[in-house]
Design a protein around this ligand. Structure first.
Ligand code: ADP
Ligand code: MG
Length: 471
């Protein structure tokens, strides 16, 4: 019996007599559901372009298309010393960046932990005073203390940006909870503390990490500046250079030719019209605090691929009889496998990269992460599923790139078709960029060869410094 297509595994197990499929057949049936055909890539690109246009015309769409107020991408000749800070989690990073004007730079940085107390204080000025102290320390210890410096502030929380260095905090995430700061301008709160301390630093740019990635790549790229900055890490999102005349929702604000747009593409196709929906995606979505949202991100980024694998292994362990009548993991206690979020995406990377015949690395990982023993054929079946999940992620990950390249092609000759990427998934998942390229070819045919994709490191350092420079 051969089963392909998008039937749900649960559905099938009801229709078929139990224990008719081998582990290999079941793994094949699961993997097939993660297939993204060339036609589906093309359809997704069309849908992405439709949602881009909508988000540029009106506010209130899930794929928000946020204007960054950055109006140029660097070409490599920018010069000078700038400061950058990155507040996005439990650490604050303070950097001084010296750009040499020839695509080179020197960066000095220090990290400091943000205490639990500051993350949940009643008084926001305490947090911003702490940040200002770290900035002062950097200026005094690493730079000419009499100098005046511009600073780029990478702030990875939801803000409503209203100018290059102006944005009100919408809500805190990631364990921060300082209610009195919500609704206030984050750059203003930092500037106030810097001024009180007499530090001659001006907060010149409020920076989203995707915009920083685009700027950092654009500075070092060989061409004419870059078009897209994309992140595939914990989450996924991207920024690109757009013509002001297309950003209809900004009305008459158009005093510049271009502006970088932060797409918030993690929310692409929340309606699930083109990106597909397996029973494993459905189960995962139910476990999240935001069901129905960030649906593209839930198929592509590091936070979710491990859990998708866990969902598949659960199905495989219930549905497949395996060899000699013994199911996957048969007779073993599945305590850890039954635990949501118990698998990290780095596990998929390690298994994908395990090319030994006995898959000894995979054996060790499954033992360590799930406390389960496996046979070689079982590991083969698991690897097939890993590859299917990773391949779908990469093929979908190229959809926004293709859409932006097509949309820009008609009216853009001033920047290269150059894309900077950042994040552990794109950096460490084996062949991720090669699989993205296959998908790009499905969408763009021969034009795909013109698209240059490079890892862009340090968007929140160099990129934020560059945002301060162009602001
Ligand atoms: P952030 O997105 O927070 O800036 P990263 O870019 O490092 O940080 O992404 C972290 C995400 O990448 C996590 O979800 C983690 O599971 C995943 N990850 C970490 N290591 C790897 C790896 N080797 N291969 C694939 N994914 C990884
Ligand atoms: Mg990151």
């Amino acid at each position: 019996m051969h089963i392909t297509g998008r039937n749900s595994a649960q559905h099938r197990s009801v229709l078929l007599p139990l224990r008719t499929m081998t582990i290999q057949e079941e793994a094949q049936a699961i993997s097939d559901q993660f297939e993204v055909s060339p036609a589906q890539v093309k359809e997704s690109v069309r849908e992405f372009r439709r949602l881009m246009k909508l988000g540029l015309e009106e506010t209130g769409h899930a794929m928000t298309m946020i204007p960054s107020y950055v109006t140029h991408v660097p070409k490599g000749s920018e010069k000078g010393t700038y400061l950058a800070i990155d507040l996005g989690g439990t650490n604050i990073r303070v950097c001084s960046v010296t750009l040499d004007g020839e695509k080179g730079f020197k960066i000095q940085q220090e990290k400091a932990a943000v205490s639990r107390e500051l993350m949940t204080t009643d008084d926001p000025s305490k947090l911003f005073h702490f940040i200002a102290t770290r900035i002062k320390k950097c200026v005094v210890e690493k730079l000419d203390a009499k100098g005046e410096y511009k600073l780029g502030f990478t702030f990875s929380f939801p803000v409503n940006q209203t100018g290059p260095a102006e944005g009100t905090l919408l809500r805190w995430t990631k364990g921060f909870d300082i209610p009195a700061a919500v609704g206030h301008d984050v750059c203003g709160m930092l500037q106030t503390e810097l001024d009180k301390m007499g530090v001659k630093v001006r907060v010149a740019a409020l920076v989203n990490d995707t915009v920083g990635t685009l700027m950092a790549r654009s500075y070092v790229s060989n061409g004419n500046g870059s078009l897209v900055g994309a992140i595939y890490g914990t989450g996924t999102n991207g920024a690109y250079l757009e013509k002001m005349t297309n950003i209809k929702k900004l009305g008459n604000e158009a005093q510049h030719e271009n502006m970088v747009i932060n797409t918030e593409w993690g929310s692409f196709d929340n309606a699930l019209t083109t990106i597909g929906n397996t029973p494993f995606d459905v189960a995962l979505d139910k476990l999240t605090p935001n069901p129905g949202n960030q649906m593209f991100e839930k198929r592509v980024s590091g936070m979710f691929l491990g859990e998708l694998l866990r969902q598949c292994l659960l199905t495989l362990s219930t549905n497949a009889p395996g060899l000699g009548g013994a199911g996957l993991f048969s007779g073993q206690t599945l305590t850890q496998l039954n635990q949501p979020w118990s698998l990290d995406t780095s596990v998929l990377s390690m298994m994908e990269g395990d090319n030994a015949e006995d898959m000894a690395v995979t054996s060790t990982i499954i033992q360590k992460e799930l406390g389960l023993t496996t046979s070689v054929p079982e590991r083969g079946a698991i690897k097939q599923i890993v590859r299917a999940i990773g391949r779908r992620a990469a093929r979908l990950a190229a959809v926004p790139m293709a859409a932006i390249v097509i949309s820009s092609a008609a009216e853009r000759t001033d920047v290269s078709i150059d894309i900077g990427v950042d994040g552990s998934v794109v950096e460490y998942y084996p062949n991720f960029i090669a699989m993205m390229r296959e998908s790009l070819r499905d969408a763009l045919d021969r034009r795909a060869e013109e698209v240059n994709i490079e890892i862009a490191t340090d968007g929140s350092g160099v990129g934020a410094a560059l945002c301060a420079l162009v602001a």
